[in-house]
Design a protein around this ligand. Structure first.
Ligand code: UDP
Ligand code: MG
Length: 319
């Protein structure tokens, strides 16, 4: 058996209706690439017949098929991480099991890697999803672009190719709530993006409810940015400064109006005072947030940096 060069990782959660169609398109598409490959399905605790179908597919193509069975549902991103921990190929491709990501596009991702990229993101040319999902994800893409250092056009597209180094770095991390396309971006040194096709779900329904989508976006924002925490201190500072300016304004106004004996009473003005104090409280919350943020970064235990290469001559050990 030849060692695989390309490992394809596919999370599966209750996809029995679509799996036969996936198998029918995925394997011919991969065979056509003429590179040794392996497919790693991760059954994310499906409660339908997905596990049985995966088992049958494993028996049909045991040479190139691996199936990891979770005991219960951990979510798409942890399923992919489990796949990453098992890959043997130098290149790793992820795609969804519902055929929304056409397997025929894998060759184009790999071609971009041939051109020297270590991370190739897919950008869905036309998106075949409900309108509210398109609107929401455009807004989230824009927000993420502003508050993190991650530069991606289409964070939600899972049709992506990663170098083995990046997949290993992701699999080695202890993080539980994470967002793989963004995490991979932080580990990549020469990422790129290409347009890919997107199709309607072949069968079954989306496995993400509105609530889960919101949770996922919290994973993305809190996992890669401390801005939400820092907003408090900035807002608190603005409120306090506004209150101080109001004090000054009122005192100066009263002095000029000849009410000099009233001027200092402004300091006791309840409204201005409470604005000032609310500002201080928010600022204090923000400062606590700064510390919490640092603790959070520390416990996340992400590699502090990844080194691409070291240029140095062989060490001269002896005298
Ligand atoms: N998925 C998973 N675990 C989950 C939810 C989804 O493994 O808890 C898989 C699912 O089987 C599919 C992929 O993740 O292969 C994307 O899910 P889906 O197509 O439902 O998401 P959408 O396309 O609606 O964003
Ligand atoms: Mg889908």
């Amino acid at each position: 058996m030849v060692a695989p060069q390309v490992s394809v990782v596919i999370p599966v959660f209750n996809e029995e209706a679509g799996l036969p169609a996936l198998f029918a398109r995925l394997y011919p598409a991969l065979d056509a690439l003429k590179v040794p490959y392996e497919v790693i399905f991760v059954n994310d605790g499906s409660r339908d017949g997905s596990a049985a179908l995966l088992e049958i597919q494993y028996l049909a193509r045991p040479d190139v098929t691996h199936v990891i069975m979770f005991n219960t549902n951990y979510g798409q991103h942890l399923a992919i991480i489990a796949g990453f921990a098992h890959v043997r190929g130098e290149r790793v491709v992820t795609l969804d099991a519902d055929l929304q990501n056409p397997p025929e596009e894998i060759g184009r991702l790999l071609a971009a890697m041939d051109a020297g990229h270590d991370y190739v993101g897919g950008v869905r040319r036309t998106r075949e999803d409900a309108w509210w999902r398109r609107v929401a994800s455009r807004a989230m893409n824009r927000l993420r672009e502003k508050i993190t250092r991650i530069r991606m056009t289409d964070q939600g597209c899972m049709l992506r190719a990663y170098s083995r180094e990046i997949a290993d770095a992701i699999a080695d991390g202890p993080e539980v709530s994470t967002f793989i396309p963004a995490l991979a971006f932080t580990f990549a040194h020469h990422p790129t993006e290409i347009d890919v096709a997107h199709e309607e779900r072949a069968a079954g329904e989306s496995k993400y409810s509105l609530y889960q989508l919101i949770r996922l976006n919290f994973d993305l924002v809190t996992g890669f940015s401390l801005v939400p925490l820092q907003l408090f201190s900035v807002f608190g500072m603005l409120v306090s400064m506004g209150a101080l300016a109001t004090y000054l304004g009122v005192i100066v106004y009263r002095l000029f109006a000849g009410e000099w004996h009233q001027a200092l009473y402004a300091l006791w003005d309840r409204d201005i005072l409470s604005f000032f104090l609310i500002g201080m409280v928010l600022f204090g919350l923000g400062v606590v947030g700064e510390y919490v943020g640092r603790i959070y970064q520390q416990v996340r235990a992400r590699p502090r940096y990844t080194i691409r290469a070291i240029l140095e001559s062989p060490q001269n050990d002896g005298p």
